[in-house]
Design a protein around this ligand. Structure first.
Ligand code: 3HC
Length: 710
C-alpha cells in the first residue's frame, strides 16, 4: 500500500505511506487517482486532506523512474486533476515537501504545516525544472520574484517563512491531522480559494536575475531555464504556462546535465552497497581517539563530535591549541545558528583533551593525524597497540604514505586501515577509506560505518601513491603545467576549467595550497621518478624564487588583496623553462586545454580501475566530485568519458614513453588515432621529435579505452 485512505467525519484523509521517502512512483500516482475517483463518486465527502505517515511529506518524483520511459498516470495530469477537485483540498505538510512533493501541496487549495515542515523545489540540482506545475502555481501564490528565487536556487523555505509568504495558510500545533480537520470545518463557508494572477515582476528584473543566476551556475543550464519558466507565469494563462513548463522539463530530462546530476545523486546509494564488504558487521564505536591536535586532527574531532561520538584528543606537545580550535568551531556554529546552544554544550561535554597516550585505552577507534613522516607514524601505532583494547581499530589519515609498510611492525596489522580526510575535515564531504593488504574486512567496515555516520561520502580504495584523489589531481596539475610550458596562458588554463564548472582552476589551486607542498612531494619522488618521464620544472623554479602561492603574495599569480594578477615575471620564468627543455612555445586553444586536462584525469582514473585500486567507475567519480571540485553537472571523469557522444577518449601508450591521452572528436579509425597520438607525443616532448611517426605507431597500443568508431 502506498496511500492509506481514511474517513474522518466528512473528510477523506489520504495518508502517503510509501517508504522510505514517499517518492511519487507510479503506484503512488495511481493511488492518488483512486482517491480522487472516490471523492468524485462519494457526495458525502466534503474535503480531501493529503498528509503523510512518514517523517517526510514527500521527496517528489521517483528519480529512479527518470531513467525509463514515463509510466501513466503522469504526475502533471494527476496534479491538474487534484487542482480541479470538486471539494476543497488541503495538504498537511509535516517534514520536507520536495520537488513533486511540494507540487502536490501547491496543487491543493490550502496548505497547513507543522513547525518542522519545509518546502523546496530542488529540481535544478538534478538539471531539471519543476515539471508538475511548480513554476506556474508557486508564483501565483508567492509572486514571481520569490518563486523565481526559490526555484532557481532549489533552497528550502521553512514553515515560518512560508506562513509569512502565504505559501502556508496556517501552522498546525498539536496533531496536524486534528488541526487540519478543524481547519477544514472553517472551509465549509469559504470553499475553494480564488487565486489572484501573479504580480508582474518587471521584465528587467527577470532578465537581471537570470543573468546573475547564469553567472553563478558554472555552465549549468537548468537554473536559467527555471527563471524563464517562472517568467511565463506573468504572461501566460495557467494552462498554457503548464504546457510550456512540461515542454522545458521534457527537454532538460533528455539532456546531459540531468543525466550527470542523476548519476551524482545515485552515488550515495551506489557507494553504500559495497560488494567487497557485503554483510560484514562493523565493530561498535562510541569513543574515538585522535592523535595529533593540528588543523587536521581538530577538524576530524569536530566532525566526530558533530556525529555524536565521544572524542579523546591527544597531542604530546600541544593539545590545548587544538582543543581551543574545536571550541571556537562549535561557538561559530552556535553564533551562526547552525547549532543550538544545548547542542554545542553537549558536543563540548563529549570532548576530552589529553596529553598521555595511555588515555587511548578506552578508544574503540583511534585516528592518527600526525605529520607525514613514516617513522613518527610507526612509533605512534607501536605505542597505541600497547594501550588499546584487542578490538580497537587503528586508522591513519596519511595522504601518501604506504599503509602496508606503516603496519608492518604491528603485532596485529589487520586492525590498521587508512581514513583519509580532506581539509577542513568538518566541512569536506569526502573520506577515502584505505584498505592495506593486511586490513581486516571488519576494521574496514568499521571505518566506513563511522565515516557514513559522520555524513561523509566514503570511498573504499587500496593503497597506491596519493590514493585515488591526489593521484588523479597530481596528473591534472602536471598537465596544466605542461600546457603552460608549451605556450598556454596561465590565466586561460584556469579560466577554461572554471568555465567547465570547477570552482577554481588547477594553477589557482596550487597557489592556494602553497607551492611548497608540491615541491616537498616532488623531492620525495626524485629517487623513484623514471628518467624518461616528462618533468616540468616551472613549479620548482617558482618555489625556488620564493613564490609560495597566496601565502607569500605570489606564485603562479601576483596577489593584490584577493585579486590574482598575471605576472610578467612568471611569463619570463616559463619561457626560460620551455627554452631549457627544448620546447618551442605555441598558441594553445581553449579546446585543447580542456580536452587534455580532462583526458589525463580519465586516463589516470582508468589506470586506477585497471590496477584494482577501486573496483567501480562511480568510486572515481565520487572522489573527484566530493573532494576536488569536479562539477557534478559533468558527472565525474569516468561518466564524462562514457558520455562524450561522438567524442572518444583514447589513451595511447608508447612503450618506452609517457602515456598520451587525447580526445578524438571525429569518427576515425584506429590507425589515424595512433598517428595522432604519435604526433601529439612528438609535439609535447622533444625527445620524440626525431622519431618517425610510423616508428612510434608500431609501438602504440590502447589501454582501457573504448576503441573509437571505425
Ligand atoms: N526518488 C527516488 N528515491 C529517492 C528520492 C526520490 N525523489 N529521494 C530519496 N530517495 C531514496 C534515496 O536514493 C535513498 O535510497 P537508498 O536507501 O536506496 O540509498 C533513500 O531514498 C533515502 O534517501 P537518503 O539516503 O538521501 O536519505 P536522507 O534522509 O539523507 O535524505 C531526502 C532524504 C532529503 C529526501 C534526500 O534523499 C533528497 O534530497 N532527495 C532528493 C529530493 C529531490 O531532488 N526531489 C526532486 C525530485 S525531481 C521532481 O520531483 C520532479 C518533479 O518536479 C516532476
Amino acid at each position: 500500500m502506498t496511500i492509506r485512505l481514511e474517513m474522518r467525519g466528512s473528510a477523506l484523509v489520504a495518508m502517503l505511506c510509501h517508504s522510505p521517502v514517499n517518492a511519487l512512483s507510479a503506484s503512488v500516482r495511481q493511488a492518488l487517482m483512486a482517491a480522487l475517483d472516490r471523492v468524485e463518486d462519494d457526495p458525502a465527502i466534503s474535503v480531501l486532506l493529503i498528509a503523510s505517515d512518514l517523517p517526510i511529506f514527500s521527496a517528489g518524483a521517483d528519480i529512479g523512474e527518470f531513467a525509463h520511459p514515463p509510466v501513466e498516470p503522469f504526475l502533471p495530469d494527476v496534479l491538474d486533476r487534484l487542482a480541479a477537485c470538486r471539494v476543497p483540498t488541503v495538504a498537511v505538510v509535516a517534514g520536507k515537501a520536495l520537488g513533486g512533493g511540494c507540487e502536490v501541496a501547491l496543487a491543493c487549495d490550502y496548505r497547513l504545516a507543522t513547525a518542522n515542515a519545509s518546502f523546496a523545489l530542488p529540481e535544478v540540482d538534478l538539471g531539471l525544472i519543476p515539471g508538475a506545475g511548480g513554476t506556474q502555481r508557486l508564483p501565483r501564490i508567492v509572486g514571481i520574484e520569490r518563486a523565481a528565487e526559490m526555484i532557481a536556487t532549489g533552497k528550502p523555505v521553512d514553515s515560518k517563512t512560508a506562513l509569512q509568504w502565504g505559501l502556508v495558510d496556517s501552522l498546525a500545533a498539536g496533531d496536524p491531522i486534528d488541526g487540519a480537520i478543524v481547519f477544514a470545518k472553517g472551509l465549509e463557508a469559504t470553499g475553494k480559494p480564488v487565486r489572484a494572477a501573479p504580480g508582474t515582476a518587471g521584465e528587467a528584473w527577470l532578465a537581471e536575475f537570470s543573468r546573475s543566476v547564469t553567472a553563478k551556475a558554472r555552465g549549468r543550464r537548468a537554473p536559467a531555464r527555471a527563471v524563464e519558466a517562472v517568467g511565463l507565469a506573468a504572461t501566460l494563462p495557467l494552462a498554457e504556462g503548464l504546457a510550456e513548463e512540461r515542454r522545458i522539463f521534457a527537454e532538460l530530462k533528455q539532456g546531459f546535465e540531468h543525466k550527470a546530476l542523476r548519476h551524482a545523486f545515485k552515488m550515495k546509494s551506489g557507494l553504500a552497497k559495497n560488494p567487497e564488504l557485503e554483510g560484514m558487521p562493523p565493530f561498535d564505536v562510541q569513543h574515538v581517539g585522535i592523535v595529533g591536535a593540528g588543523q587536521m586532527g581538530s577538524g576530524i574531532a569536530l566532525a566526530l563530535l558533530d556525529a555524536g561520538y565521544d572524542v579523546l584528543l591527544y597531542d604530546k606537545h600541544a593539545v590545548e591549541p587544538g582543543a581551543e580550535r574545536i571550541r571556537d568551531g562549535i561557538a561559530r556554529r552556535v553564533a551562526k545558528q547552525r547549532l543550538s546552544q544545548e547542542g554545542g554544550n553537549a558536543m563540548l561535554e563529549r570532548l576530552r583533551a589529553v596529553t598521555s597516550i595511555d588515555a587511548m585505552a578506552g578508544a574503540d577507534l583511534v585516528i592518527e593525524a600526525a605529520i607525514e613522516k613514516m617513522e613518527i607514524k610507526r612509533e605512534i601505532f607501536g605505542a597505541l597497540e600497547k594501550v588499546v583494547g584487542p578490538k580497537a581499530v587503528l586508522a591513519t589519515n596519511t595522504s601518501y604514505l604506504d599503509i602496508d609498510a606503516m603496519g608492518a611492525g604491528l603485532a596485529d596489522p589487520s586492525r590498521l586501515v587508512g581514513m583519509h580526510f580532506f581539509n577542513p575535515a568538518d566541512v569536506m564531504k569526502l573520506l577515502e577509506v584505505i584498505r592495506a593488504d593486511a586490513s581486516s574486512p571488519q576494521a574496514l567496515a568499521t571505518a566506513l560505518a563511522v565515516g557514513r555516520k559522520m555524513g561523509k561520502v566514503c570511498v573504499l580504495a587500496r593503497v597506491c601513491d596519493g590514493f585515488v584523489g591526489n593521484r588523479i589531481f597530481k596528473k591534472y596539475k602536471e598537465e596544466a603545467e605542461f600546457l603552460v610550458q608549451e605556450g598556454a596562458d596561465v590565466a586561460t588554463v584556469d579560466a577554461v576549467m572554471r568555465d567547465f564548472g570547477f570552482p577554481m582552476g588547477p594553477l589557482e589551486v596550487c597557489d592556494l595550497a602553497g607551492l611548497d607542498i608540491g615541491w616537498h612531494n616532488r623531492r620525495r619522488e626524485d629517487a623513484t621518478r623514471r628518467s624518461r618521464q616528462r618533468y616540468s620544472d616551472i613549479s620548482d623554479r617558482l618555489y625556488e624564487a620564493g613564490r609560495m602561492g597566496r601565502k607569500s603574495g605570489m606564485g603562479w599569480y601576483r596577489y593584490e588583496g584577493r585579486d590574482a594578477l598575471a605576472d610578467d615575471a612568471v611569463t619570463a620564468l616559463v619561457a626560460q623553462s620551455a627554452q631549457d627543455a627544448g620546447i618551442t612555445q605555441r598558441d594553445i586553444g581553449e579546446d585543447e586545454i580542456r580536452d587534455r586536462l580532462l583526458a589525463v584525469m580519465i586516463r589516470e582514473g582508468r589506470a586506477i580501475l585497471a590496477e584494482g585500486i577501486v573496483s567501480r567507475p562511480i568510486e572515481v567519480d565520487a572522489v573527484l566530485l566530493n573532494g576536488y571540485g569536479f562539477p557534478a553537472a559533468k558527472g565525474g571523469p569516468m561518466f564524462w568519458a562514457d558520455h562524450l557522444g561522438e567524442d572518444r577518449v583514447a589513451v595511447a601508450v608508447l612503450l618506452d614513453a609517457d602515456p598520451v591521452a587525447l580526445v578524438v572528436r571525429d569518427p576515425v579509425g584506429l590507425d589515424e588515432v595512433v598517428v595522432r597520438a604519435a604526433d601529439e607525443l612528438a609535439a609535447r616532448s622533444p625527445r620524440h621529435r626525431d622519431r618517425r611517426r610510423r616508428d612510434c605507431s608500431s609501438s602504440l597500443r590502447y589501454r582501457g579505452a573504448r576503441a573509437p568508431p571505425a
